[in-house]
Ligand binder design. Structure first.
Ligand code: S3P
Length: 450
């Protein structure tokens, strides 16, 4: 078997700061959901601004394999002719979800309440990630599951013939598990109810409503209870996908760290359950302003304006984690250049991301001369107020966010920072290297092949 080719990359101090305006690709979470819910609606859904990254393209192919008609109209504009709730058909082959945990878990929810057989698999990173967290709640609808040891993919699903509605309290705050339960409940009679211990991104709830479903939300202490009326008639609806706040995080932190930078990032999704990084950076001393705030398809959107600033270390509380779960690696990079200690608390969920992000983020920093500790589920970064030495080649473990975080660090370190493989960046942020080099604008690109 041939191994996929590694794509090493190096970042070095740029000749010029980040300047001007840019926009980042569409939100990954919203893109997956638009394709999936569009496939469950009657009529043709037009999606503008779809993220054309590997993860989302896997979802597009899967919905096509399940009987929806998915077509690319023009750059980032896609159409989905849906089959209606309960109307999907048995796929003729295994669904390969690549690197995407969101695609695998949400799709498992959908197929669990369809009376046919599905097999899901993924790349080596996804095949190492836990699926029991969705199997456990979904089995109560009547679906049956068979997996490899430890609840890992590949997984076979025999969907329920007459699915029962679900009632489930999430043991961990996970938008993926919540969404899998809700999507399963779409094709069951009665009400499906899911309680989350802390509020997590609510894109599924917003989009289900946008397509005509009845979804109600009650506060439950720090968490929420979400109730969905099953077997709704979903109607095709146009979707405008905002820029991904989790992708904007990289140019934002780069602009904060590289002296003289001033950058505007247009049309970024600012759902309050996604903006924990921006709140934390403000606490660290960043001036980060939002202009043109508006609402599009039930989601907050705005333009972010950020300029270089000296940052100081802060204590990041554990209840911030659901609102910035994917941003800890790049926050750790910012913390490495801040003055004082940053303690990021309650990061147990980072251990089950595309890689063990807690260990890998600590290793990324340590290899580049940063003093860093893992204390239980907390990550402590000792910033000196100066950029660290750099000079390492970081192991990225098939994890796009580790690769981008390391490259942002390399823009300020004394020595360049390399990554062993930048190819996974395309899962969430196609065009990252060109976009960063263009924003840096200098004569010689800062991000290059070694
Ligand atoms: C996502 C939820 C989060 C996040 C992932 C996208 C989603 O995962 O890390 O990148 O789109 O629902 P968890 O739900 O496992 O925290």
């Amino acid at each position: 078997m041939t191994q996929p080719e590694l794509k090493p990359l190096v970042a070095r101090r740029p000749a010029a700061p980040l300047a001007g305006s840019l926009s980042v690709p569409g939100d990954k979470s919203i893109s997956h959901r638009a394709l999936m819910i569009g496939a469950l609606a009657v009529g043709e859904t037009r999606i503008a601004g779809l993220l054309e990254g590997e993860d989302v393209l896997r979802t597009a192919a899967a919905m096509q394999a399940l009987g929806a008609e998915v077509t690319r109209h023009s750059a980032t504009v896609w159409c989905v002719a849906g089959r209606g709730v309960g109307g999907l058909a048995e796929p003729a082959d295994v669904l390969d979800m690549g690197n995407s945990g969101t695609a695998a878990r949400l799709l498992t929810g959908i197929v669990a309440s369809h009376p046919f057989f599905t097999v899901l698999t993924g790349d080596a990173s996804l095949r190492a990630r836990p699926m029991r967290r969705v199997i456990e709640p979904l089995a109560a609808c009547g679906a049956r599951f068979a997996t490899r040891e430890g609840g890992r993919l590949p997984m076979a699903v025999q969907g329920a013939r007459d699915a029962l509605p679900l009632e489930y309290r999430l043991p961990v705050a996970s938008a993926q598990v919540k969404s899998a339960v809700l999507l399963c409940g779409l094709n069951a009679p009665g009400f499906t109810r899911v309680e989350e211990p802390a509020a997590t991104r609510d894109h599924s709830e917003n989009m289900l409503r946008h397509f005509g479903a009845e979804v109600s939300v009650e506060s439950l202490g720090a968490g929420r209870a979400i109730t969905l009326r099953g077997q709704p008639h979903l109607r095709a609806a146009d979707v405008m996908v905002p820029g991904d706040a989790s992708s904007a995080a990289f140019p934002v932190v780069a602009a904060l760290l590289v002296p003289g930078s001033r950058l505007r990032i247009e049309g970024v999704g600012l759902n309050p359950l996604r903006t924990g990084l921006f709140a934390t950076l403000r606490e660290m001393g960043a001036t980060l302003t939002v202009e043109n705030e508006r609402s599009e398809g039930g989601e907050a959107v705005g333009d972010l304006v950020v300029a270089h600033a000296a940052l100081r270390g802060v204590d990041v509380p554990p209840d911030r984690a659901p609102r910035m779960i994917d941003e800890y690696p790049v926050l750790a990079v910012a913390a490495a250049c801040a003055s004082g200690i940053t303690r990021m608390r309650g990061l147990h969920e980072l251990r089950v991301k595309e890689s063990d992000r807690l260990a890998a983020t600590a290793a990324l920093l340590a290899a580049n001369g940063v003093r860093v500790e893992i204390d239980g589920d907390d990550l402590l970064v000792h910033g000196t107020g100066q950029p660290p030495a750099g000079g390492a080649v970081v192991e990225t473990h098939m994890d796009h966010r580790l690769a981008m975080s390391a490259l942002v660090l390399g823009l300020v370190t004394d020595q360049p920072v390399g990554v062993d493989d930048a190819s996974f960046i395309d899962t969430s942020f196609p065009g990252f290297v060109a976009l960063m080099n263009a924003a840096l604008g200098g004569a010689a690109p800062a991000l290059t092949a070694p």
